[in-house]
Design a protein. Structure first.
Length: 398
């Protein structure tokens, strides 16, 4: 997450929450309401116990300083510029220091019978701020600092939380708020990604219409007229028809869906993009999500196989690509009806130092924890079966 201050063209609007781009913005504003309530309670406590302290005047001065600091922190969190690590750290440090000052302004007996003079409820704000900024871990760390400081001032570490549940409540509140803040950021990022994908799809549809009404019509006309004229223009017609087919596939392909920050990709569109007049591709109707890095390696391996078909299988050979999702495994089969491979030819190629198949296909798939199986015979074509682990795909069900 970006920890920088949130930009705001109108600070007044941001104070009202109208220009707050932070998905945790409403929680920051709610926390400041809690800060106000805690301050009112702390003020009442200060009025009630001030006469019992050894240095009441000093306590009022410290109370005024802490009040001013709370106004500054509230302003920073509401306006956005305070949602930074150093700003939250300053609140935690100052809060702990004020709690430690209890030893200077109060007697040992008073400390044993009461909480610190800046009430623990007021000091809870520091832990809540840390939780909002950094999640449950930061919130728990700040709660631990405040809780341990309280134990230090009291001079004993109480394990009987039935008598003193301050530390437990402080930690629980910070962890809960931190988890809520983290979840809000996660859902916001997913929503943003969905909106961006929808916008990209709409733009893709617009471009597809433009291309269909322009370029595709021209290519189709060139292909048709070239065949009608014949002779040297027949080659031009074939090229135009090929490019028309490729362009139609490109604009018809579904954008690869992305989940969890781009960790998963749909393998289907990538394989369908490899289709040509001599390559047929069959994929499931549903998305086949797989780790983006794994998908890239699988597509590269399939590309190498199809290159070999183009070079060695014969001019009339056709290839057939099949994608299967077996839940725990992804299987890509590539079969051609070409000349096939002579027995021992691959071993001989390795000995000759030609490592194309061994590295670009077999080695690539085995590096992913999968297997690459080859079956071939002279005149019987060649079949590759690439199998890779499906990995974690929780996002597929979303």
């Amino acid at each position: 997450m970006d920890r920088r201050a949130l930009p705001a063209a109108d600070p007044t609007a941001l104070w009202r929450g109208l220009d707050d781009a932070d998905p945790v913005g409403p929680m920051w504003r709610a926390a400041q309401i809690f800060r106000l309530v805690a301050f009112v309670y702390a003020l009442g406590f200060q009025v009630a116990i001030n006469g019992d302290l050894e240095h009441p005047a000093v306590t009022w001065i410290l109370f005024a300083v802490l009040t001013a600091a709370n106004v500054w922190w509230t302003t920073g969190y509401l306006a956005g510029f305070g949602r930074r690590r150093w700003f939250v750290a300053s609140e935690v440090i100052v809060s702990a220091a004020m709690m430690l000052s209890t030893e200077f302004v109060a007697s040992g007996q008073w400390i044993a019978d009461n909480q610190t003079w800046p009430t623990t409820l007021w000091m809870t704000n520091a832990a809540l701020s840390a939780a909002l900024l950094g999640g449950a871990r930061w919130g728990f760390a700040a709660a631990a600092v405040i809780g341990l400081t309280n134990y230090y001032v009291k001079g004993e570490f109480l394990l009987n939380f039935g008598r003193n549940a301050t530390a437990i409540l402080l930690a629980a509140a910070s962890i809960a708020l931190g988890m809520a803040a983290s979840r809000a950021r996660l859902m916001h990022s997913r929503l943003t990604a969905a909106v961006e994908l929808a916008a990209a799809s709409a733009e893709r549809e617009r471009l597809a219409r433009e291309v269909h009404d322009g370029v595709l019509q021209v290519l189709a006309l060139i292909a048709r007229r070239g065949r009608e004229i014949g002779g040297p223009t027949d080659d031009l017609a074939s090229l135009a028809a090929e490019q028309e087919r490729v362009l139609r596939q490109l604009i018809a392909a579904t954008p690869a869906p992305v989940a969890d920050g781009g960790a998963l990709l749909d393998l289907g569109p990538g394989l369908r993009a490899l289709a040509t007049d001599r390559v047929r591709v069959s994929t499931p109707g549903e998305r086949v999500l797989i780790d983006a890095a794994v998908a890239g390696e699988v597509l590269a391996a399939v590309g190498n196989i199809l290159d070999n078909v183009e070079r060695h299988a014969g001019g009339d050979a056709h290839a057939f690509v099949l994608l299967e999702d077996l839940d725990t495994e992804i299987v890509v089969s590539v079969r051609d009806d070409g000349a096939g491979i002579e027995p021992g030819r691959l071993s001989a190629a390795v000995k000759e130092g030609r490592m194309g198949i061994s590295r670009s296909i077999i080695g690539r798939i085995e590096a992913l924890g999968g297997t690459a199986r080859l079956e071939s015979a002279p005149g019987a074509g060649t079949e590759w079966e690439l199998t890779v682990p499906a990995g974690e795909r929780e996002a597929q069900s979303r």
